[in-house]
Structures are given as C-alpha cells and as structure tokens.
Design a binder for this molecule. Structure first.
Ligand code: AMP
Length: 208
C-alpha cells in the first residue's frame, strides 16, 4: 500500500493513518511530525522550519522534500507507506511523482478526507496532541492513551493560527485534488462522521 492522504489540517488524516498502520503494518510518514521532531531537537532544519510553522505557512519545499526522500528510503517504508501532510502543493506532488517513477513504485491512490471548514475550526481548537508520539485526541485527554506521553495544544492549533493554516490549505494544497483527479488517483471519504465509520469507508475506498 502506497498512498497519499489529502485534506485540510484537522480533517482526520493522521487518525485514519494511525488505524491503517496498526492494521496493515505500513509506515506512517507525517511531514508535520517529522518537522515537529526537528523543532524539538533544535536541529538546523528545525530552526529553519519553526517560524513558518508558527505562522501557519508552508515550510519551503527544499527543506521538506529531502526529509521525505530520506524517510521513504528507510527500511520500514519498503513494506508500503502512507504519506500524511505531503505533498502540500503542486511542486511537491511533481517531485513525488518523479521520485516514485525512479523507484519503480506506483501510487495506489490519493485519499481525500473531506470535512467542512467550520467543523475543522472547532476540531482544531479543541485538539490535543501527544508530545512523544503525535497521537491526537480531544481536550479532555491529559495522558496519551497510546504511549503515556503528555498531551498538549500545538501552538499552531491556537485560534490565531488556525485561519492562516486553512487559507494556506485552500490556496496551496486544495489544487492537488484536481491534480490527482486528472491522474485518476483521487479517492474520497466523508470525514465528518465518527472515526470508526470513516475508517470503514477508508478501507473500502482503498480496496482493503
Ligand atoms: P501538519 O501537522 O501536517 O498540520 O503540519 C504542521 C505544519 O508543518 C504545517 O502548517 C507546515 O508549516 C509544516 N508542514 C507539514 N508538512 C509540510 C509540507 N509537506 N510542506 C511544507 N510544510 C509542511
């Protein structure tokens, strides 16, 4: 399974990815998680990425693309992967297509987790994320049910940044829906339903 997850921030891409990983043993490649880890580690990449992330903007392609290429080459990704949060614009999608062609890998599909923006705003502003493993849950959760880590509110899940992230999604990432439609790779689920119902559709769309 080699798939791309599309959808606005907070649509539930990460949650669907986590379920697919648990059931099918593929690698979850989340560029947001990779970048947050780099910020936490205060690496050169993290230092460069932080200001863009705090502003709800995309980190420059040159920083993100190498990160993804390296991650795709790791052993656990050889069994298949789910790309969550990449590509985020047409240039990244074109690079991904070129890389996959070089590697002789076909993309199985691009699954859009579709949720209306007003629902997204409510979800993001109440979302908590695990500092250790990236697991997400509602505001009542203080300890991660997956790894026991501390749950916190991401800086970019605060109201002042949410609208900027949605604007970025609309202008830069939403055009990928048409990009993958033209390649006949677009799949779609209605993400405004309970997680397990969305997951039933996700698997059906992916033929699993
Ligand atoms: P996410 O966790 O996917 O919502 O990503 C959090 C932030 O990381 C985004 O708002 C961007 O600043 C940055 N980011 C994540 N993935 C990408 C990407 N593929 N290209 C550029 N920036 C990204």
């Amino acid at each position: 399974m080699n798939i791309v997850l599309l959808g606005a921030p907070g649509a539930g891409k990460g949650t669907q990815a986590q379920k697919l990983v648990a059931d099918f043993g593929v690698a979850h490649i989340s560029t947001g998680d990779l970048l947050r880890n780099a910020v936490k580690a205060e690496s050169e990449l993290g230092l460069q990425a932080k200001s863009y992330m705090d502003a709800g903007q995309l980190v420059p392609d040159s920083l993100v693309i190498d990160l993804v290429k390296e991650r795709l080459a790791e052993p656990d990704a050889q069994k298949g992967w789910i790309l969550d949060g990449f590509p985020r614009n047409t240039a990244q999608a074109e690079v991904l297509d070129a890389e996959l062609a070089k590697m002789g890998i076909a993309l199985d599909g691009a699954l859009l987790v579709d949720v209306a923006f007003d629902v997204i705003v409510k979800r993001l502003s109440s979302r908590r994320t695990c500092r250790s493993c990236g697991y997400t849950a509602g505001p009542e959760t203080e300890v991660c049910s997956r790894c026991g880590g501390e749950m916190y509110q991401r800086d970019d899940d605060k109201p002042e940044t949410i609208q900027k992230r949605l604007d970025t999604y609309q202008s830069k990432t939403a055009p990928l829906i048409e990009y993958y439609e033209k390649q006949d790779k677009l799949l779609k689920v209605d993400g405004d339903r309970p997680v397990d119902e969305v997951y039933v559709d996700t698997k059906a769309q992916l033929g699993l």
